[in-house]
Design a protein around this ligand. Structure first.
Ligand code: ATP
Ligand code: MG
Length: 308
């Protein structure tokens, strides 16, 4: 479930252990000798703390043998994205309009959704370009709702770019009819839109390819994480994405004796039964609650031993 898929997304409610399980999964793959890339799309990153490295400027870093990591920073990606848009524009429009156009783009960069579009741009680049250098890519995602929305963006953006491509085609046809001749005029805007549409369609194809991409939900045996996992699975299913299974994290040891913990254990058993019932049909891995945080490579190794 965790080692098979070339691209794995770890999803789940806030704080349940997505980053921890993503890091353990990536480490397990790397230890098996597979070149692995661990990518965090959660704006509140903590891969750096876990591996004791500092991530700067959105670059890929080596964190262990066979294991590279990348934290995608929404601010950096938005800047980079806007810079590309401006760069394209400089080649395409008259200089008298440039200043106003750049002002508009800067404003658009602060609009709701801009950071998500830029993040998506980077995820698409990981899937289509950087993935070539790795046998496994493990994504540590932001809490559920955000991730599902982000991953359905290629569909929305694809449809939007489609509309623009069609209008541009129409305009080019009308233009050649005016100017005469059958040759389509050279149109760099059309080329750009076309390339973009192609990349989004390609990313979308990969996300839906069950032989390449899979989602694993991390949850803890409590009511809200179970409910959110169910919603997340339904959402992804509705978009045709493949859910490979569940990691149920932070189980109490069976040996607790204090009455307080005993009652908690009883409750936990009820929730585990609910998971079996309500999320049936998805394979499960269960991980114990460790005595300490999983905040270092050593602690991660302990969790890994449990995974095995
Ligand atoms: N099995 C475990 N035993 C003990 N501590 C754990 C375990 N799994 C995770 N933790 C700890 O729980 C906290 C939350 O885990 P983690 O950061 O992986 O969750 P997350 O789902 O990525 O959170 P966020 O939604 O904020 O990104 C961390 O301090 C981590 O060290
Ligand atoms: Mg996290």
């Amino acid at each position: 479930m965790l080692l098979e898929h070339p691209v794995l997304f770890l999803a789940g409610k806030g704080g349940v252990g997505k980053t921890t399980v993503a890091a353990a999964t990536a480490l397990a793959n790397a230890k098996a000798g597979r070149r692995t890339l661990l990518v965090s799309t959660d704006p509140a990153h903590n891969l750096g703390d876990l591996f004791g490295v500092q991530f700067t400027g959105g670059a890929i870093q080596r964190v262990a043998p066979c294991l590279d990591a990348l934290e995608i920073d929404p601010d950096i990606e938005t800047e980079r994205y806007l810079a590309t848009v401006k760069d394209n524009m400089r080649r395409l429009i008259r200089s008298t309009m440039l200043e106003e156009a750049e002002r508009q783009i800067d404003l658009a960069g602060r609009a709701p959704g801009a950071a998500e579009a830029a993040m998506l741009e980077r995820i698409v680049a990981v899937l289509l370009d950087e993935r070539a250098g790795y046998e496994r890519v493990v994504f540590d995602t932001a809490p559920t709702g955000h991730t599902v929305r982000l991953l359905t963006l290629p569909e929305l953006m694809g449809a939007w770019v489609d509309g623009l491509v069609k209008r541009r085609e129409q305009r080019n046809r009308e233009r050649s009819a005016w100017v005469g001749g059958d040759e389509a005029p050279e149109d760099p805007v059309f080329e750009l839109l076309h390339r973009r549409r192609h990349r989004l369609a390609e990313a979308r194809r990969l996300l839906l390819d069950a032989g390449v991409c899979a989602f694993v939900f991390v949850l803890i045996p409590e009511a809200l994480p179970i409910a959110e996992t169910r919603r997340g699975i339904d959402d992804l299913g509705a978009h045709g994405m493949n859910v490979a299974g569940l990691v149920v994290n932070r189980l109490l040891p069976e040996t607790v004796s204090e009455p307080f913990f005993h009652r908690r254990l009883e409750r936990e058993r009820q929730y585990l039964a609910r998971i079996d019932r309500e999320l049936s049909g998805h394979p499960q891995i269960r991980l114990p609650l460790l005595e300490h945080d999983v905040d270092s490579l050593q602690a991660l190794e302990i969790l890994l031993a449990h995974l095995h």
